[in-house]
Design a protein around this ligand. Structure first.
Ligand code: 2PG
Ligand code: MG
Length: 422
């Protein structure tokens, strides 16, 4: 089926900031739109998110954050190359690569390239009468991912109520996706109630819908979430374990890991010991970005002493980049990668990174960003790509529930299995 039109426009994300949407129209008059997310704790090695800072219009209305240039790149550079072609994700991604061969997408902006690439995947799936998840797994059971869900937020997402960015939970003892989600909802509700009991009548609801309850130490925050797991009658470490996103690049300053709330500062070697003790003392099954994005030595040093059951997950370290993943595999820096399509900029290249990770025995966690939209394509990608885990933030906020609800829909309407990555 032929592409008849490609049209981009600016929309808003969940922080009220502009982001890019692209709509691909097909010969049967159907229209397939995709909206891209945006991070706050972005890694230095992510593909370029093109914003209009410096132009008078952008500065006046959007604090420099508008994306008119990215929208224009789609409408004037990508659209003419696609209109009239048969719809196919690989054709679309190849055309984009021809116009902008850089892996950082610095020519067009990754927000422009990903919007078109995703709309292309949706459009091709439609042309084959498939859902987006089915497009990537045409036969057999779809594999619903294990949810990794934010309970407490800190760092850049919650005005630094905690030194680290997230305390999350992984309900790996649940037998189905819907059971897993129901456990999480209960744990989060209990955390909100107990937060109030601690005298924190007004807690902050953070960018990803998590609770911004202040804690001075990471251990204290972990113990609080453990008590909420127990409070609901579940066994920490057996039914539900903790996952942390340390997001340490955010507090790696002048060669030191600076925990401002805890009023402690650590050298790289000391922080390796700190993290080693933390995972020993708490039922933590997954730890993300414990070390800064270019502190490769600490990653390697910790990986060599980390307990074998621990998922050591690279986000800012890998930025969904093939070359950084390959370095991490060669150096045994980690055993899992966070997959964020907008760190990469193309659907097919993101899938290639995920497949390389699986090929090397790495676990994969498909992840949303802190700035999201109501679009739910991430749920279909995680499922269709057999990622086995998904991270979307908390259970509050329509931009978050859009993904959970899409997974519930897939569970209800398709032949599925529930991933058991742990
Ligand atoms: C992360 C993400 C999502 P951001 O660090 O993993 O939680 O945050 O989108 O701000 O980079
Ligand atoms: Mg992260």
């Amino acid at each position: 089926m032929k592409i008849t039109r490609v049209q981009a426009f600016q929309v808003l994300d969940s922080r009220g900031r502009p982001t890019v949407a692209a709509a691909i129209s097909l010969a049967d008059a159907s229209v397939h739109t995709a909206r891209v997310p945006s991070g706050a704790s972005t890694g230095a090695h992510e593909a370029l998110e093109l914003r209009d800072a410096g132009t008078a219009l952008a500065e006046k209305f959007y604090g420099g954050k508008s994306v008119f240039a990215a929208v224009a790149n789609i409408n004037t550079k990508i659209a003419p190359a696609l209109v009239g072609k048969e719809v196919a994700l690989h054709t679309i991604d190849n055309q984009i690569r021809e116009i902008d061969p850089s892996t950082s997408r610095k020519g067009l902006g990754a927000n422009a390239t990903l919007a078109v690439s995703l709309a292309g995947a949706k459009a091709e799936a439609h042309s084959k009468n498939q859902s987006l998840a089915r497009f990537f797994t045409p036969t057999g059971n779809l594999l619903l991912p294990m949810p990794m869900v934010n309970i407490l937020s800190g760092g850049a997402h919650a005005n630094r109520t905690l030194d680290i960015q997230d305390v999350l939970v992984l309900p790996h003892g649940a037998k189905s996706f819907s059971e897993a989600l129901s456990w999480i909802v209960a744990i989060r509700e209990l955390a909100a109630v107990r937060g109030k009991e601690r005298g924190l009548v007004t807690h902050l609801v953070a960018d990803e819908g998590g609770l911004g309850i202040p804690f001075d130490s990471i251990e204290e925050a972990c113990s609080f979430v453990v008590s909420c797991i127990e409070g609901f009658g579940l066994k920490p470490g057996v039914d539900v374990s903790l996952a942390l996103d340390i997001a340490s690049t955010q507090f790696f300053e002048n060669g030191q890991y600076q925990l401002h709330n805890a009023k402690q500062s650590y050298t790289s070697a000391e922080f390796v010991d700190f993290i080693t003790n933390l995972v020993k003392n708490q039922p933590i099954i997954s730890i993300e970005d414990p070390f800064a994005e270019d502190d490769w030595d600490s990653w390697k040093n910790f990986a060599s002493v980390a307990p074998p059951h621990l998922q050591l997950l690279g986000d800012d370290l890998f930025t969904t980049s093939q070359s950084r993943l390959e370095r991490g595999i060669a150096e045994k820096s980690a055993n899992a990668i966070l997959i964020k399509p907008n760190q990469n900029g193309l659907v097919s290249d993101t899938l290639r990174v995920l497949e390389s990770a699986h090929g090397a025995g790495f676990k994969t966690v498909v992840s949303a960003r802190s700035g999201e939209t109501e679009d739910s394509w991430l749920a279909d990608l995680a499922t269709g790509w057999k990622a086995q885990q998904i991270k979307v933030g908390s259970t509050h906020g329509s931009e978050r529930t859009a993904k959970w609800n899409r997974l519930l829909e897939l569970e209800a309407t398709e032949e599925t299995s529930f991933a058991q990555p742990f």
